[in-house]
Structures are given as C-alpha cells and as structure tokens.
Write a protein that binds this ligand. Structure first.
Ligand SMILES: *Cc1c(COP(=O)(O)O)cnc(C)c1O
Length: 395
C-alpha cells in the first residue's frame, strides 16, 4: 500500500463512480438532459479534486458546488467544465465569479439586483441561474401556488433586463422527490408543473433561457422530465440512495469504504465494563478488540452499542460508547484477529456489506450525512481499477 497513516482511512473507488454515472445516463436515455455532477462538500466527503477530474475525463461537462471557495478550487485543480454554485455567494465576490467563469445561483430578485450592481461597478458580467421556489420553501422567487406563477414570471422578466448579469438559467428544487406516497408524488408533480409554467410564461414573453432544470437524483430516477435540461446528480453518483426505503431502478455501487485496523485484543472476564458511562458490561468471558476510529473521524457516537463492523468477513458488534478516537468491538466469535487485522466499518468483506445508508438508519439520519461527516482526519485513498493512484491527507 502507498504511504499513509494506517490507523483509519477511507477508500474511494473511481470505477464505481463510472458505474453509477453510466447507469444514470442509461436510465434517463435522453440527450435533452445533460448530467451536472454535484460535487459540493468535498464531493460528499469523497475528495472533490480526484472525483471531478475523473468525471471530467469521463465526459462530464457540468459541475455544481455549494460555494465560491469550492468553485474556485475546481478551477485551480484544472476543471474547465461549466460550474454552477447552488448556494449563496456574497456580492463582493462578483469579480471571482466572472474571472473564473462561474455561474451563480440567485436566491431572490433582491439578490439579483445587488449582484448586477456589484458587477457593473467592477465592469464584470456574471451568469446566473435564478432559483424558483415551487414548494421547497428555501430560496428563489416564489411560485408554489398556481396563481403565483405570473408574478414570478414578471420578476424574472425584470431580472433578465439587468445590466451586469446574464440570466442563463432557471431552476427549482424538489422537497419530496424521494418519497413514494401518493400525496408526495402529487406534490412533486405540482412543483414540476409550476416550474415549467413559469418557464413557459417567461419564454412566451420573448426571453430566451438556456437552462431550465428541476431534477436532483431522486427527481431524475423517479420523476424524470425531458424538459429539464440538466439532471443535478448528487447522492446516486456516490452510490447511495436518496432515501433508504426506495427501490432503485439500477444497482448502486457505494464509492466509499471506511476502514481501520485492530490496535489490541484483550480477553476480559464476565462483569467488566466497557467504555464511557459503563453502558456495556460483559455477560461472559469476552474477547474485545479496540479499533482506533471514533466520532472525531465521523463515526457517529449515536452508533454506540448499535453498529457492527466486519473483521475477517464476520460481523463484530460495537460494544459500549463510541469514543472520540476509539471503539471497542466484541470478537469472541471471530478467529484469527490480532493487532493489525483490517476492520471494515463501511464496505464489503466476503459478501457481507455495511453501507453508509445502513449506518445512517441506525443513528436516525441519512447516508448523505454519514459520508459528508467523514472528517478531515481520515486520509482518502483513491483507487482506480483496484490500484491506488493517490492518497489525500487533509491534515
Ligand atoms: C445538493 C443538491 C442537489 C443534489 O441532490 P442529490 O439528492 O444528492 O442528488 C441538487 N440540487 C440542489 C439545488 C442541491 O442543493
């Protein structure tokens, strides 16, 4: 293995990104919709640089991030594709936006006006995609009711006339595209209808908009609409489900494995307490392995006494509380474990699998939060065709 601290690390498999991307492309099977890969938050914890360069090499021409630092970092790493910032950027960064040719989401008409003012002062021109709030309740000109579409379109028409900005796109975001209840499906359909109604009103008044997009991963897979010029593909690219309860139309390949190593093995008598708070007491003579990974690495404390890890292909339960830097697991039923044995916290061993979605379920959250939460203390070991091509250490 390449040189890095073999305490706890994440293995990132680029070929799995390719599988997920190709499956999504094949599934939508429509060249009216381009795929915009969402690589915000360090590519959902997977390493923005390696992932975006790999995806660009595989033909991706559009990336989405959450803020100006992430966007500029992509440019500095050599990304030449289009970049859209989905989140807020203070108007004083207008020069960076134009210098690095970055498209900015506009969160309101007021924001668009301010951004245009700043741009004119700096003799800059900035492309924007204006958010339309069709029911997410977060950002954008509001068109969450049928009778609001007209006012939204009027607001958009005013924005399109502003000097200093170019209205390059309109977009909306679904709040329940990952739900299959009748009520939520109807809600998503309402969001889609309102969005394209606004688009039609705007275009009807002679304003040409290059991009109109409404699809996130769940939208693309469960509510595909060819009028959306982009599919903002996030979680599915990383091989996780938008919602655990969903049945996916193709198999996902989770791109991140989380590994650690056994630090020591001790055999403890019946009646010994394990970890903080004395929440676990051995009910028999128990072989306990201590593993040097904890909540400071992003292995949630909420997994205390709940999760399992894989060692030699067998499941070992986490006993007692997850500490900041260490966990204890019961290996009484597993043979050949000693200092240096590999521990899989997320990933597969001999056909047994633990996914970030599984772990998320145990601690009452979603897979997104687990992978985004893997901390900077964890080196990302990047694999391509099962060979290490890079090791990224953030600290
Ligand atoms: C994060 C984000 C996405 C990606 O969502 P996934 O569920 O990960 O596919 C798409 N659009 C917007 C506006 C986002 O903020």
């Amino acid at each position: 293995m390449a040189d890095f601290l073999k305490r706890a690390w994440a293995e990132i498999h680029l070929d799995r990104f390719e599988q997920n991307l190709n499956n999504a492309r094949r599934f939508i099977q429509n060249d009216k919709t381009d795929i915009a890969c969402v690589v915000k938050a360090n590519a959902y914890g997977h390493d923005e640089k390696n992932i975006s360069l790999f995806l660009e090499e595989r033909g991706v021409k559009f990336f989405a991030v959450s803020n100006i630092h992430e966007a500029v970092q992509l440019r500095k790493n050599g990304i030449t594709s289009e970049i859209l910032i989905l989140g807020y950027t203070p108007c004083e960064y207008v020069n960076e936006l134009s210098k690095y040719d970055i498209i900015q989401a506009a969160v309101s008409e007021e924001y668009a006006v301010k951004l245009a003012d700043s741009a004119r002062k700096d003799d800059a021109k900035v492309k924007i995609h204006l958010a339309v709030d069709t029911g997410m309740g977060r950002i954008g000109v509001v068109a969450a009711r049928d009778n609001e579409c007209k006012t939204a379109a009027e607001s958009i028409a005013r924005i399109s006339c502003l000097e200093g900005i170019i209205l390059d796109g309109l977009f909306t975001h679904y709040s329940v595209a990952d739900s299959c209840t009748e009520d939520n499906i109807a809600y998503t359909n309402m969001q889609t209808d309102n969005f394209f109604k606004v688009c039609a009103l705007v275009e009807g008044s002679g304003i040409n908009i290059r991009h109109k997009h409404c699809l996130n991963s769940a939208g693309g897979l469960f509510h595909y609409d060819e009028r959306s010029t982009l599919l903002r593909l996030g979680i599915v690219l990383y091989g996780l489900k938008p919602d655990r309860a969903l049945k996916m139309p193709f198999e996902l390949a989770p791109a991140m494995d989380l590994k650690s190593i056994v630090a020591c093995v001790r055999t403890l008598d019946k009646g010994r307490y394990i970890s903080y708070g004395r929440t676990h007491c051995t009910d028999k003579r128990t072989r306990v392995a201590t593993v040097p990974i904890g909540y400071a690495d992003g292995y949630p404390r909420a997994l205390s006494g709940k999760a399992r890890v894989l060692i030699n292909g067998e499941e070992a339960p986490v006993i007692g509380r997850v500490c900041m830097d260490q966990i204890m697991v019961d290996i009484s039923e597993i043979s050949n474990v000693g200092e240096g044995s590999i521990v899989t916290l997320i990933g597969s061993e001999y056909g047994r699998t633990i996914t970030a979605d599984d772990i998320a379920e145990m601690c009452g959250t979603i897979g997104y939060e687990i992978v985004c939460g893997i901390s900077k203390r964890i080196p990302r070991v990047i694999y391509r065709d099962n060979k290490i091509i890079d090791v990224v250490e953030y600290s």
